[in-house]
Design a protein around this ligand. Structure first.
Ligand SMILES: *[C@@H]1O[C@H](CO)[C@@H](O)[C@H](O)[C@H]1NC(C)=O
Length: 284
């Protein structure tokens, strides 16, 4: 059992080293999801006004038909076609499985048109247009917020300000969710922040498809009024740094090894003594 203990320690040290790889969101250099492919429609960097509409101009959004997903720069990782199909399905399913939230009090925003519930759109870019001297983390977050709010206003896909737009810029390492007033009653700022922080666990590893899937999954559960589990996905979330855990793990492993060696030594001595006594006993 001592041996099992030692291997358990070494295993946990190895596992924690593996999981800790993507440790602290936003501290490393922005990971690139493969070689930069020139955008199909010639726009490298978008503004909300130049961004294609995924319903009227789905080809520019790299989609085979009308969609709530737009990925003109093809920033998704893995099998991009499959990623598009999967995310498009998630967006459609949120719309068909939620209830229209417009009440009589929201009448000046609009009324339910029998088009399903919340409309969530997903807009992806490689990079937001920013001034060269206005390109720090705070500027990028502000730019993403402005981009998302403006684009949601232009597309105007809700029934009564119940639309949601999730915007992600790969190079800027930022995701921003813009909600209409009515949608914001269900998908609150607190919930958005929690989901976004969790999704960053995927984004820092360059797993944009998985991070966006996670985000849409959670938003769907929240908007359907289901119980939602917001414990962070696998990643390093302990309040002390990884190196400390590895050091403690190694020290504990050494202690366990020393105990093992001691117990083997003790056992052999113990056996020998018994043998001696037995031999002495027979001689008498
Ligand atoms: C990518 O996904 C599509 C759609 O699911 C599939 O038809 C295609 O074979 C996949 N390509 C690769 C290289 O796996």
């Amino acid at each position: 059992s001592m041996l099992a203990l030692v291997s358990l320690f070494s295993f946990s040290v190895l596992v924690s080293a593996e999981i800790g790889g993507g440790a602290f969101p936003m501290t490393g250099p922005p990971p690139r999801g493969g070689p930069t492919t020139p955008p199909a429609n010639g726009w490298g960097v978008y503004t909300p006004q130049s961004y294609p509409d995924s319903i009227s101009d789905f080809a520019a959004c790299q989609m085979p038909g009308e969609s709530f997903l737009c990925d003109p720069n093809r920033i998704l990782d893995g099998n991009v076609t499959e990623a598009h199909r999967q995310l498009d399905h998630s967006l459609n399913s949120i719309r068909s499985t939620t209830q229209c939230a417009c009440t009589a009090a929201d009448a000046n925003f609009g009324v339910c048109k029998g088009e399903g519930g919340y409309t969530v759109s997903l807009a992806l870019v490689d990079k937001i247009a920013l001034d060269a001297n206005n390109d720090n983390k705070v500027d990028r977050i502000n730019a993403a917020m402005k981009f998302a709010n403006t684009l949601r206003g232009i597309q105007d896909r809700g029934q009564c300000d119940d639309d949601i737009l999730v915007f992600l810029s790969r190079e800027d390492q930022v995701m921003w969710t813009s909600t209409g007033d009515v949608a914001g009653r269900a998908l609150t700022v607190e919930l958005i922040n929690e989901v976004t922080l969790n999704a960053e666990t995927y984004f820092v590893r360059g797993e944009y498809t998985a991070g966006l899937s996670y985000t849409l999954d959670k938003y769907g559960q929240i908007l359907r009024g289901e119980q939602v589990d917001l414990t962070p996905p696998s990643g390093w979330y302990w309040p002390f740094p990884l190196w400390a855990v590895i050091t403690i793990g190694v020290v504990l492993g050494l202690v366990a090894l020393a105990l093992l060696a001691l117990s083997i030594y003790g056992c052999t001595r113990c056996c020998c003594t018994e043998k001696d006594e037995y031999q002495m006993g027979t001689r008498m």
